[in-house]
Design a binder for this molecule. Structure first.
Ligand code: 7PJ
Length: 276
């Protein structure tokens, strides 16, 4: 499998790393300040050097319990950063947003992938994505971030997530998004208990039945820090274990905070796979 955007192509025949860029503004700013942009550029340079394939930039916290973020705030956090990266590098950039206007401005600033935890269900999003011709990542979420962890229930989490993703694929294709431009994500931690998350990881192969690339994001999430009774930052080794398992189960894109450690682990996975 291969994805293409803006004259570039990305080979998905070996698992690649999507590195999470932290652009949360400091407490005295709404984002876009010089020192914040400088810090983002320094992080990106290190990520590229280490072998990260995609830089994921998000200005909306979708962590459990997080409040909604206003459009103006989200724009101010991400657009100057995307512009600054694009001035220096043609690295793949994904924009982690659900808002059509953020997508539009991010694309104009040089983003390559639309990564939407709401799977293009917000007003105007599917149209912007279709118009752009860019790859999109459709993620499953049950509920909304503020309340999604309040006793989520499924009769069969794998089947229900697959069913949702299949419906979104159909909607996207009807809206003019080419099937080759769709990436799927079961949405670890988004309206799922610890048990649901491990059931999805244990059965990750099931999502490949939809015939599209799979993205997995488990880095520092509650399925790890609740299990281990640690803080998210203490879950580096556990996050790498998840990335390794996801790669062994065929996930094409792994979204992580700890890119140095994850890239080492994936090199070992790839070397092993080449010796089958
Ligand atoms: C994900 C994401 C994920 C995709 C976040 C966090 C929450 N996008 N954005 N998949 N998670 N595609 O990193 O803890 O799992 S934000």
């Amino acid at each position: 499998m291969i994805i293409r955007a803006n004259g570039k192509s990305l080979d998905l025949n070996q698992p690649i790393v999507m590195g999470i860029l932290n652009v949360t503004p400091d407490s005295f700013s709404d984002g876009g300040k010089f020192n914040e942009i400088d810090n983002a550029l320094a992080q990106v340079e290190k990520m590229i050097e280490a072998g990260v394939s995609i830089i994921d930039i998000g200005g909306e916290s979708t962590r459990p319990g997080a409040p909604d973020v206003a459009l103006a705030d989200e724009l101010q956090r991400v657009i100057p950063v995307i512009k600054a990266i694009r001035k220096k590098s043609d690295v793949w950039i994904s924009i982690d947003t659900s808002k059509a206007e953020v997508m539009k401005q991010a694309i104009a600033a040089g983003a390559d992938i639309i990564n939407d935890v709401r799977a293009l269900q917000e007003p105007g999003a599917i149209e912007v994505a279709a118009e752009s011709g860019l790859p999109v990542c459709l993620m499953h979420m049950k509920g909304q971030p503020r309340t999604m962890q309040n006793a989520p229930h499924y009769d069969n989490v794998i089947e229900e997530v697959k069913e949702f993703l299949q419906q979104r694929i159909t909607h996207c294709e009807k809206a003019g998004i080419h099937r080759d431009n769709i990436i799927l994500d079961p949405g670890f931690g988004f309206g799922k208990t610890v048990e649901h998350n491990y059931h999805m990881l244990a059965n990750l192969e099931a999502f490949h039945q939809l015939g599209l690339p799979v993205l997995a994001g488990m880095s520092r999430k509650s399925m790890l820090f609740k299990l281990l009774d640690k803080t998210p930052a203490e879950c580096v080794a556990a996050s790498v274990a998840c990335a390794t398992m996801a790669a062994l189960k065929g996930a094409q894109i792994i979204r992580v905070h700890d890119y140095v450690e994850t890239i080492d682990a994936l090199k070992v996975v790839n070397k092993t796979n080449q010796n089958k």
